[in-house]
Structure formats: structure tokens, C-alpha cells
Write a protein that binds this ligand. Structure first.
Ligand code: F6R
Length: 237
């Protein structure tokens, strides 16, 4: 595991954007795993700027997002589909058919989970996966206690995760109770992983990861068993 300590959110965004830009430049038809949330917004902004400056093209890139809420319309303002379009896809030359998010409105969610892992395999697997981390060590929506061998699955969101995500909704009661998420095993299949964590509230989680103890009670710890992970972290809020 490679550790990169930085001081500011801008630095995290730039270092992460450098890794993603290099990946796309070296392999224009890269398959990228993407995340939502506050952590990657700056990196997406930086990638958009590089695209607009003519330095980066997404025209052959495929993307697979980690997760999506169950039951939200794709175009709902709080869906991860909308988040990704508003932060990245609307501003780069990615083809619509190359954008993949789990379908949380599927009538057969179990089949959608299997199909999502299948679509990743068909694309040749994820070359570079971006992750954020929850204060409780969750990656994707894989909360503490998730088996490490889980593939894409439906999860019931914990009250703490629903409360944290309520800022994206009008009120807590509107936050969906379930989500569809790539499992830890699906994430571990990525050839390379970059995890970004900014601010004081993530420091405990980073310290736990550094301690080297692998346990299903702290989902991100399974990354210690992956051969090619970079953690970019630091900063105070
Ligand atoms: C998002 C995701 C989550 C977040 C994590 C950190 O697609 O899967 O695991 O990465 O909750 O969220 P932020 O970046 O908002 O602190």
C-alpha cells in the first residue's frame, strides 16, 4: 500500500487527477471505477479542466460507479446518476453508452446485481478504481460486518449513513433505506485502487487502516490485501 500525505483538498484532488489522467493517457480505452460524495468533487473538477484544455479525452473510456440508491428515479436530484452527470459526465466527451451505474429502479434487483458484475467482467474488468472512505471504514456502501467475499448486492443503509447523506435530500425521511453497491470482492478485482480521504473526521479511519489489522468490522482494511493501492489523505477541515 502506497501512502501519500498532503495538506489540502486541492492537493488530494490534483494528485488523484494525475493518477487518473496518466491511466487514461496510457490506455485511452480504460475502464474506470468511480465514486460519488464530497471526496471526489475536486478531482472531477480537475479532470474536466484538463479535458477542456484539450489535454484529456474520455471518448473511449468506460466507467462503472460503485453504487446507487434503490428506488430513486435516475434523474432524481439526489441520485448518483445525477451527481455524476453534474460533476463529470456533462462536461467531458464520454459516450452515454460507456457510462454504467447500478440500476436501483430495476424490478429484479437480485438479477441487476449479478448483471452489474457481469457488465464489469465483459468490459475487461476495472483498470483503476476510485474510492472514498466512510468514518466507519465503509467503502462503497459496504458497511462494517459486510463479508469480504460479497459481490454486488443490495444493502440496508445504517441510520448513521442515512443521516450523513440526508444533506443531499429535503429531509431524512426522503433518504432511501436501501442501496445497490459493488461488493468488496468486486472492488478488490480492480487492477489498481486509489482511495482519497480528506479532513480531520477521516483521520481515525486512516489510522485504523495504517494499523494493518484486517477485519470485516472495518471494510476498508481488506484493501491491505490488494497489491496496488494508493491512499491519498490529509488536511484539516
Ligand atoms: C460513494 C461511496 C461512499 C463514499 C464515502 C465517503 O460512491 O461509495 O463509500 O465514498 O461515504 O463519502 P464522502 O466522500 O462524502 O466523505
Amino acid at each position: 500500500m502506497k501512502w501519500i500525505a498532503v495538506n489540502t483538498y486541492e492537493e488530494i484532488s490534483e494528485v488523484a487527477a494525475n493518477i487518473f489522467s496518466k491511466q487514461i493517457q496510457e490506455k485511452p480505452n480504460s475502464v474506470l471505477g468511480l465514486a460519488t460524495g464530497g471526496s471526489p468533487v475536486g478531482m472531477y473538477k480537475e479532470l474536466v479542466a484538463r479535458h477542456q484544455a484539450g489535454r484529456l479525452s474520455f471518448k473511449d473510456v468506460q466507467t462503472f460507479n460503485l453504487d446507487e440508491y434503490v428506488g430513486l428515479e435516475q434523474a432524481s436530484p439526489a441520485s448518483y446518476w445525477t451527481f455524476m452527470h453534474e460533476n463529470l459526465f456533462n462536461f467531458v466527451d464520454i459516450l452515454t453508452e460507456n457510462i454504467h451505474l447500478p440500476n436501483g429502479k430495476s424490478e429484479d434487483l437480485a438479477a441487476e446485481c449479478v448483471a452489474y458484475d457481469g457488465r464489469i467482467e465483459e468490459a475487461g474488468g476495472i483498470d483503476l478504481q476510485l474510492l472514498g472512505i466512510g468514518v466507519n471504514g465503509h467503502i462503497g456502501f459496504n458497511e462494517p460486518g459486510t463479508p469480504f467475499d460479497a459481490t454486488t448486492n443490495i444493502v440496508e443503509l445504517t441510520e448513521s449513513t442515512r443521516t450523513e447523506n440526508a444533506v443531499y435530500f429535503d429531509n431524512l425521511s426522503e433518504v432511501p433505506t436501501h442501496a445497490i453497491t459493488m461488493g468488496i470482492q468486486s472492488i478488490m478485482k480492480a487492477k489498481e485502487i486509489v482511495l482519497i480521504a480528506f479532513g480531520e473526521k477521516k483521520l481515525d479511519a486512516i489510522e485504523k487502516l495504517k494499523s494493518g489489522h484486517v477485519t470485516e468490522d472495518f471494510p476498508a482494511s481488506q484493501l491491505l490485501n490488494h497489491p496496488n493501492v494508493t491512499i491519498i489523505y490529509g488536511g484539516t477541515n
